[in-house]
Design a protein around this ligand. Structure first.
Ligand SMILES: *Cc1c(COP(=O)(O)O)cnc(C)c1O
Length: 394
């Protein structure tokens, strides 16, 4: 706020602040030097796993270095052959196809509609011949999990959920990340819980859990410090490679005091998103696609489409006008080298032909809405975006 009461452009770039409660635990860890998760029983990482499993209602949780590591370990733990084909949505972050490649598997990209969700016609067409499905709930948007699970269960194909950005999202009241065989979450700074870096996977499958624990780096008999299914661990010890993707105690100390804040952040994020969405939907040139009926969202950003006849030049001008008004808007397909545009994933070879996803990415916009923003700040953002659209199109 300026002295004359005007609201300055809000800072949407900074992450969520860390609760003060983290400080004493971090002090304790710094003075003891006890940073490795397996040094003491009941380490912060082990406590985080117990608390997260409880929160999600899953049997097992394994904290690791990142969501990408969680995705990689999940795929490895499915024990599929080298070169297995993994369906992934074509709208996701580059780290997702990267995790597939890292696991010696081949990503097969599925079309995504202009509501940012998996196109079920293309999905059903590509499912025969797939060995696994990795559903990335990109920006927290949930695809039709009823249809996906029905098709995959019928074909006996395992489903891994990339719930990196879906902590707190529900589908028919069921927590996202608990629907597939494994659910993977991120604690990278731009997610609902901020540890800089970090990830966690959850599963009810004891074999998958055991294999992930060993491969994450539970060497020798460190698996004994993970509760449950000791026989499975025995079976896999020394039979699987150790990829060493463990989480360290300082990360867990930063994450644990944020867990009780999740519910509040989800409620604030949803209210903030819907407040901005209502304003944007009033504008003739912008559309915020609705969620599918069974989904209760937990957004910390908003995505919307430039609707009607926009040229690329107009879309770029809109981005510039919004920036001038103090709000950063990114049209996914129009920012150079964007890691969420599939044609930039050059490590996969030539980009596949995905006209629907491409068209969506050329008009879909992204604005961060951290849950700490006030109502006035959210209104500032909405007004700036709408005015920018009107500057260009009206
Ligand atoms: C952030 C993100 C990832 C990667 O998470 P990291 O913890 O940074 O590896 C993967 N998928 C989605 C949808 C994400 O938003």
């Amino acid at each position: 706020m300026t002295p004359d009461g005007q609201i300055l452009a809000p800072n949407t770039y900074d992450a969520e602040p860390i609760p003060d409660a983290a400080r004493s635990e971090i002090e304790r860890l710094l003075s003891s030097g006890d940073l490795f998760r397996y040094t003491s029983e009941g380490s912060p990482v082990a406590l985080l796993e117990a608390e997260f499993a409880e929160l999600m209602g899953s049997r097992y949780a394994l904290a690791v270095a990142s969501c990408s590591a969680a995705l990689f370990l999940s795929l490895k733990a499915l024990d599929l052959p080298r070169g297995a084909r993994v369906l992934i949505p074509a709208f996701t972050f580059a780290a997702v196809p990267s995790a597939v490649v890292h696991a010696d598997m081949v990503p097969v990209l599925v079309e995504v509609g202009d509501n940012y969700r998996v196109d079920m016609v293309d999905f059903a067409a590509k499912l025969p011949g797939a060995d696994c499905v990795l559903i990335s709930h990109m920006r927290g948007h949930t695809s039709d999990m009823d249809a996906i699970m029905a098709l995959c269960d019928a074909a006996n194909i395992p489903v891994v959920e990339d719930a990196a950005h879906s902590l707190g999202t529900e589908w028919h009241g069921r927590k996202i990340g608990t629907i597939g065989k494994v659910g993977c979450f991120s604690f990278q700074s731009y997610k609902l819980v901020n540890a800089g870096e970090g990830g966690i996977l959850i599963t009810d499958d004891p074999e998958v859990a055991a294999r992930c624990v060993i491969m994450s780096g539970a060497y020798e008999s460190n698996w004994k410090k993970h509760p449950g299914m000791q026989n499975s661990y025995m079976l896999w010890q020394n039979k699987l490679p150790l990829y060493n993707m463990r989480m360290q105690n300082l990360s867990a100390a930063v994450i644990r005091p944020q867990l009780p804040e999740i519910a509040t952040r989800v409620a604030k994020g949803r209210a903030g998103h819907d407040r901005v969405a209502d304003r944007l939907n009033d504008c003739a040139f912008l559309t915020v696609p609705p969620a599918l009926a069974p989904e209760d969202r937990a957004p910390d950003s908003i995505q919307f489409n430039l609707s009607g006849d926009w040229t690329d030049a107009q879309a770029l001008k809109f981005q510039a006008r919004a920036k001038h008004r103090g709000v950063t808007v990114q049209v996914f397909g129009l920012s150079d080298g964007n890691a969420r545009a599939f044609w930039n994933w050059e490590f996969l070879g030539p980009a596949p032909d995905l006209p629907q996803t491409r068209a969506m990415l050329m008009r879909a916009c992204d604005v961060r809405l951290p849950t700490r923003l006030t109502g006035d700040e959210l209104d500032f953002i909405a007004e700036a975006v709408v005015s920018a659209a009107e500057d260009v199109m009206a």
